[in-house]
Write a protein that binds this ligand. Structure first.
Ligand code: F7E
Length: 328
């Protein structure tokens, strides 16, 4: 029997990799997409252009319970991957209200609609290492207490707790992945890794002379998004619903990312990178490092990329598309 999956956020980095992964496994893949995206398909569907023929897109908005209810009342799904969110931490400081609306209410609407219409559907919530924030232990694991440092982090804690509550109160198969930063050539330009790989490409090709970055000392546990989406799928194939940390178990500073990215094209980052306070955050998450032992033992999950191969792939991809004059 062909399994049917619904992905919210299918046009994003993780949604696009997950759609590919599920299609390869023979799933029928459906995606929830904001109506405005259909009006600008060239740009909004750029990450899923190559699979557009194979997926079915449905218009719905995280801000509207009735739009989600309508989609779910027409079709039954075996699995639902809830990836859609306002995911830029810095933006959440500028507009915490809309971040809460999308990330908390949106998750609640989806869970409530599933409970009424499709309670057997297995549900994945995209939790985040930002929930650990001002970290209470090293490395961070499933039992580490949360201390979020931004409206985004707070919204993810609320989504995580909603997911757990639907599991405990209604017996639904609801899981959260606590994913640490995951990157790749499809990453949005506002996130630091992509900003750096694009900056390196521009400098190398003589299109820019400098790269302005905020806090160079922040440390993150960076993996590749392509490695992380199979973990989401594995969580929903277990006998019991549970929550899992997905991480590399290695931490690097933003400075180290700059150093590795510039040196990959034979340049010294110190000649181009300028620290600019306009990119500092009102409250920072200084250091993240995850312990993915549970995912490795119970799910059999293993990453294939390293920090070095991740940086190289991102820089090479931006160099290639910028040499061709494309702006991906
Ligand atoms: O920042 C520092 C910044 O925006 C990483 C999201 O996917 O991962 C992501 O959240 C670090 C921070 O990602 C710049 O202050 C320095 O310490 O790439 P980012 P994030 O905030 O860690 C988690 C797991 C999520 O769930 C989120 O959705 O880099 N940083 N200079 C900078 N950051 C940005 N964006 N731009 C700078 O110029």
């Amino acid at each position: 029997m062909t399994k049917k999956a619904l992905i919210t956020g299918i046009t994003g980095q993780d949604g696009s990799y997950l759609a590919e992964h599920l299609l390869v496994m023979g799933y029928e893949v459906h995606g929830l997409v904001r109506r405005v995206a259909f009006e600008d398909p060239e740009r909004r569907f750029s990450r899923i252009r190559h699979v557009l023929q194979d997926v079915q897109l449905r218009p719905a908005s995280l801000e509207s319970f009735s739009s989600m209810f309508q989609v779910l009342s027409r079709e039954k799904f075996d699995e639902c991957y809830h990836l859609a969110a306002q995911s830029f931490v810095a933006e959440s400081f500028d507009d915490g209200f809309s971040t809460f609306n999308s990330n908390i209410n949106g998750t609640h609407y989806l869970l409530a609609a599933l409970r009424q219409l499709n309670p057997d559907c297995r549900f994945y919530f995209a939790g985040s290492s930002e929930m650990f924030g001002k970290v209470r232990e090293m490395p961070q694991k499933e039992t580490t207490p949360f201390h979020p440092r931004s409206p985004y982090g707070i919204s993810k804690v609320a989504g995580f707790e909603l997911t757990r509550n639907y599991r405990e109160a209604y017996g639904m198969f609801c899981c959260s992945g606590i994913l640490f930063n995951h990157e790749g050539p499809r990453r949005g330009h506002e996130f630091v890794t992509r900003k750096i790989s694009l900056g390196v490409a521009r400098v190398k090709l003589g299109k820019a002379k400098e790269l302005r970055i905020g806090n160079l000392e922040a440390r993150r546990d960076w993996g590749h998004a392509k490695d992380y989406v199979p973990a989401m799928h594995l969580m929903l194939q277990q006998d019991e619903p549970d929550d899992y940390v997905v991480a590399m178990g290695e931490t690097h500073s933003v400075r180290e990312f700059c150093e590795a990215a510039f040196s990959h094209v034979g340049l010294n980052y110190l000649d181009y990178v300028l620290e600019d306070p306009q990119f500092y955050r009102p409250a920072e998450v200084d250091l993240l490092i995850g312990d993915a032992s549970k995912a490795k033992t119970k799910l059999g999950w293993e990453p294939t990329y390293t920090f070095e191969t991740l940086v190289k792939e991102m820089v090479d991809s931006d160099l290639e598309s910028h040499s061709r004059g494309e702006r991906s």
